[in-house]
Design a binder for this molecule. Structure first.
Ligand code: MV4
Length: 662
């Protein structure tokens, strides 16, 4: 047994946070490392100590072996958890740790090395009796040889870079006539991308499922499998939904795959957490693909169905303890589903999206787990992976877990960067997903290259209008100090009819909000009339009965008149154009400055006789919990100021008169 007291996490985001939490729970001290872009990131906030390792780009920070090892020495860290990605499968890093006497929480160097090369890995697996896709993984890399081998295997074939992985450097070839060019191109691409042009050729398995087995080994050589995960739902080799168990698994198939995975691990003297990836074809045959020598993103679904904490297991194994459980003890319960919340724009081909997170509400409840690396107020920068959080749900059956995931997603709001929440909700409702029949072709078959969100409905616009009205009332309420506040509010402003005009895609939609009683509204959206009753208000969510049907919305107001809104299927950003200053005055014929909405005048910045220039701030109004700057619509002079700073003011009330130049 080796005492480990201080763990450095050589990673960022959700996995760094997740590792830190278990390490702390086990009594270890934790050290986080960060790039300049992550100085105030969540993993830094949660670690006991943190060390800056360089500028934002990964090559200058999270991939800087020396800076990380230096941070470990300076903080007295005796072990390093690499997370996934970055240096997690980097032999040079694992050896450098060993050379410095720091425990690398991962497998031995030699296992990383063999599994990092597809040709070597396949040769080792064939020798160990692990089923592999029929193919060629030899040393002779002459184009003629590769073409001949491909013809022997029979088309279609997959041409893969030996040094690639996770789908990188891979191409499908259907016709013999295309082989030579495809191999030629694959060689030069592989050389460029991985520094080695070596290829392997395999029979292509069509419409496979991606089923992977979680394995674990201790330093004494005990090796077990912890069931499987089905990760078939991917987009461009990026996993989107993972689950355990695999919906088509049988106990016999699990045992066969599990034993093969254990053989694979033993063949390379594996230690720690590893994942053996298989393709499962429509006939139920499985084939080894590759072994990932790290903890994977999707490990939580295995934790949910086994009840074990895999990071705890990793630390125990690193210390030299035996595995906490033997194969006979390991049982699977229920069903778990994980979805990855990405800051990306499904409507524009899933391009990454960045920016400040204005609101991130995480779902809570029994059987719901959120592994997140960000909170409200954090920033999604372009430097790192677009995944901001994972949602994991657990239930007795797959259907329980699916329904819980759908409601967990509906209880999630992520405002700021574009993201795939609404897409994930849609996935949960697809027949092919519901039936458990989804294969690796699921996203391409069901969505093509983009996901078109539903249109904003007139009920949503009516709710937006009512919510903005309620928020304006709240602002007013919090500012009127005394007496019968409810009554005061109601009399002074509650009955004022409010018009909003939301830009929805290209069209402007007029929304007329007529308060009836406290919390009750008649709202017309164009020609549609809606009756709304606010039934529940939380900090960032409201429940409304819209025409008798209960709807829950997450909301976040933002200056000048933007409302972020998320219904149970759609996230929206609504900009109210009606009352944004210059327009209002122009309609009034020039220099009449009126209050765009109810609120409190925080300041008046000009006095009668002052000259003003177009765009200059002339007053500040606080409404809807935000400050709105009123600006001069043109050059001119102040004729008179009617309103008084510090006072409440109603929508449309006169603030000042300007004389504008032609
Ligand atoms: C394959 C294959 C079909 N036949 N190999 C993609 C990721 C990498 N780990 C291996 N991959 C594949 N290898 C043969 N011989 C199909 C895929 C594949 C895939 C695998 C798992 C999940 C999604 C996928 C999407 C496209 C292709």
């Amino acid at each position: 047994m080796k005492a480990l007291t201080t763990l450095l996490v050589a990673n960022r985001g959700e996995i760094a946070v997740r590792v830190i939490r278990t390490a702390k729970a086990m009594g270890l001290k934790t050290v986080a490392v960060y790039s300049e872009a992550d100085a105030n990131a969540q993993h830094i906030r949660e670690a006991d100590q943190s060390v800056c390792i360089g500028p934002a780009p990964v090559a200058d920070s999270y991939l800087q072996l020396d800076a990380i090892l230096d941070a470990a020495e300076r903080t007295g860290a005796d072990c390093i958890h690499p997370g996934y990605g970055f240096l997690s499968e980097n032999q040079a890093f694992a050896s450098a740790c060993e050379a410095k006497g720091i425990e690398f929480i991962g497998p031995p160097n030699a296992a990383i090395e063999v599994m990092g090369d597809k040709a070597r890995a396949k040769r080792a697996m064939i020798e160990a009796g692990v089923p592999c896709v029929p193919g060629y993984q030899g040393d002779d890399q002459k184009v003629n040889t590769l073409v001949a081998e491909a013809e022997k295997i029979g088309l279609p074939v997959m041409v893969k870079a030996a040094a690639g992985g996770g789908g990188r450097g891979m191409r499908l070839v259907h016709e013999v006539s295309e082989l030579e060019t495809a191999i030629d191109m694959a060689q030069s691409e592989a050389k460029n991308a991985f520094g080695s042009s070596e290829l392997i050729i395999e029979k292509a398995v069509m419409r496979p499922r991606h089923v992977e087995i979680q394995v674990f080994a201790d330093k004494a050589g005990n090796t077990v499998y912890l069931g499987e995960r089905d990760c078939s739902i991917q987009r461009r080799h990026q996993k989107v939904v993972e689950e355990a168990p695999c919906p088509v698994m049988t106990p016999e198939l699990r045992e066969a795959m599990g034993k093969s995975a254990v053989e694979a691990a033993k063949a390379v003297n594996y230690v720690g957490a590893g994942t053996v990836e298989f393709l499962l074809d429509e006939a139920g045959e499985f084939y080894f693909l590759e072994m990932n020598t790290r903890l994977q993103v999707e490990h939580p679904v295995t934790e949910m169905v086994t009840g074990y904490d895999l990071v705890e297991w990793q630390i125990r194994v690193a210390r030299g303890e035996d595995l906490p459980a033997e194969q006979e003890d390991i049982e699977l319960f229920g069903h778990a589903i994980e979805v990855r919340l990405y800051a990306e724009d499904p409507a524009s081909g899933f391009l990454p999206s960045t920016g400040a997170i204005k609101l991130f509400t995480q779902p809570k409840g029994a059987g719901i787990r959120v592994d997140a690396g960000v909170e409200t107020g954090d920033e999604v920068t372009p430097f790192y992976d677009a995944m901001v959080a994972k949602l994991i749900t657990f239930g007795d059956t797959r259907e329980d877990a699916r329904l819980k995931m759908k409601s967990a997603l509906q209880g999630t709001a992520l405002f700021g960067p574009e993201n795939n929440r609404d897409f994930l909700i849609d996935v949960m409702d697809r027949d092919e997903f519901i039936s458990g029949a989804a294969t690796t072709a699921f996203i391409a078959d069901n969505y093509g290259d983009a996901f078109t969100p539903a249109e904003v409905s007139s009920a949503d616009l009516a709710s937006a209008g009512a919510i903005q009205h309620v928020l304006a009332m709240e602002t007013h309420h919090s500012q009127s100090a005394s007496v019968n506040e409810e009554l005061l509010d109601w009399v002074s402003m509650g009955r004022v009819t409010d018009t909003k005009s939301y830009d929805v895609v290209e069209d402007a939609c007029e929304v007329l909000v007529v308060p009836l009683n406290a919390g009750e509204y008649e709202v017309s959206v164009g020609a549609d009339g809606h009756h709304l009753v606010v039934t529940d208000i939380d900090d960032n969510a409201m429940t409304l009965e819209v025409d008798g049907l209960s709807k829950r919305y997450h909301y976040h107001p933002e200056a000048p008149a933007t409302l972020y809104l998320a219904s149970d299927s759609l996230s929206m950003m609504l900009a109210d154009n009606t009352r944004i200053p210059p327009e209002a005055e122009e309609a009034a014929g020039g220099g009449t400055i009126t209050a765009p909405m109810h609120g409190q005048l925080l300041s008046i910045d000009v006095a009668a006789g002052d000259a003003v220039t177009k765009g200059q701030r002339i007053a500040v109004l606080e409404a809807m919990k935000m400050q709105h700057e009123l600006i001069a619509p043109g050059d001119g002079a102040v004729v008179d100021v009617m309103a008084v700073a510090g006072k409440q003011i109603g929508a449309g009330d006169l603030i000042m008169m300007l004389e504008l130049e032609e």
